[in-house]
Design a protein around this ligand. Structure first.
Ligand SMILES: NC(=O)c1ccc[n+]([C@@H]2O[C@H](COP(=O)([O-])OP(=O)(O)OC[C@H]3O[C@@H](n4cnc5c(N)ncnc54)[C@H](O)[C@@H]3O)[C@@H](O)[C@H]2O)c1
Ligand SMILES: O=C(O)C(=O)C[C@]1(C(=O)O)C=C[C@@H](O)C=C1
Length: 298
């Protein structure tokens, strides 16, 4: 989205006086680093249930101070970024809701939006706004030490306003992501969940299943994975991602993920038939179509 029109009149610098980041991992830590680097924030408080991770975030200068208690950590914050696994987001928002300053803006970085946004909007008092967000950027690594300021640079961030969204809060969230270097697009929550089921959740399901399938295959002898080279490693990098994060995504986006898995199974079935039939022209057509589509996104 070109958000200049929303932003021009309403945003002054620093954009955020006190940023509270709940979950100072890859996504929360990178957001904090990027905003600090952009000069868009005066003070950053990190909140995380993992004390060692908080200490590391402090040592690395990602946060100014750390706190394990979310209620205490968000006091006085004008902007709260919740970056915990998706099934934990609403529980965090419920905990912090009574302690937020009037006018505070709460947003998240979760990979699923429809359920999260509906729950969080309902939990907050009228003087506090929730705006859902999701940066389409990441790595297979977790924790504060894995975060880096450039993670969002030039990457899309999907922001999902609803009819209940406050215009000024939306503008502030858009401005924060732009300060972090992201290209913001807005999308309806349900569309978001279907889009990411296709371009992110399905590939992770396939990668996790592929690694287990090859590891569990016994006809070529045990430990086949040690022979893997570029193809297998490139394809399955994302199967090294955090199991808790992906458990939660599969649970929260069940409908769209199942739809995509079934859709994929249809294509895999077609390919299987072509292999079984020894259909050379059919196989070539199948691979050519795929190569053309893949080449076009490079
Ligand atoms: N990793 C990615 O590539 C990626 C990309 C985009 C969005 N996301 C989303 O961002 C969110 C965070 O993912 P991440 O990769 O930064 O994970 P992460 O594991 O690197 O960081 C999450 C942090 O949250 C803390 N935490 C977990 N539950 C908590 C709770 N209830 N209260 C307080 N702290 C808690 C953990 O200790 C951890 O430090 C998830 O919702 C994920 O779906 C991840
Ligand atoms: O590059 C990676 O490691 C990622 O998996 C990042 C990735 C994805 O592209 O699927 C993973 C989950 C997100 O919600 C957004 C981005």
């Amino acid at each position: 989205m070109r958000s200049d029109t929303i932003l021009s009149a309403e945003i002054s610098m620093p954009l955020i006086n006190r940023l509270a980041v709940v979950g100072v991992g890859l996504i929360g830590g990178s957001f904090a680093r990027a905003l600090r680097e952009a000069g868009a924030v005066a003070e950053i408080v990190g909140i995380d249930r993992d004390r060692e991770n908080l200490d590391r975030a402090r040592e690395l200068g990602i946060i100014d101070r750390g706190c394990v208690d979310p209620a205490e950590g968000v006091r006085g914050a004008d902007f709260v970024f919740v970056a915990v696994p998706v099934c934990a987001i609403a529980a965090v928002v419920a905990l912090i809701a009574p302690h937020l300053a009037p006018g505070a803006v709460v947003t998240d970085g979760g990979s699923v939006k429809e359920g999260v946004v509906a729950e969080c909007e309902a939990l907050l008092p009228p003087a506090v706004s929730f705006i859902g967000g999701h940066p389409i950027a990441g790595t297979e690594h977790s924790g504060a030490a894995a975060s880096f300021a450039a993670l969002y640079r030039g990457k899309r961030c999907i922001v999902t306003p609803t009819p209940r969204s406050d215009r000024a809060a939306l503008a502030k969230v858009v401005a924060a992501w732009e300060a972090a270097g992201a290209v913001v697009v807005t999308m309806d929550v349900a569309k978001h969940d279907r889009v990411v089921a296709a371009i992110s959740h399905l590939p992770h399901m396939v990668a996790y299943a592929l690694v287990n399938a090859v590891e569990g295959y016994r006809h070529g002898g045990e430990g086949l994975l040690r022979y893997s080279a570029g193809g297998f490693r490139d394809f399955t990098r994302i199967a090294s991602s955090d199991p808790i994060m992906w458990r939660d995504i599969a649970l929260m986006n069940k409908g769209a993920v199942l739809e995509m898995m079934d859709h994929f199974a249809g294509y895999f079935g077609t390919l299987r038939k072509l292999v079984a039939a020894g259909d050379g022209p059919g196989l070539e057509r199948f691979f050519r179509e795929s190569k053309e589509s893949r080449d076009a996104i490079l």
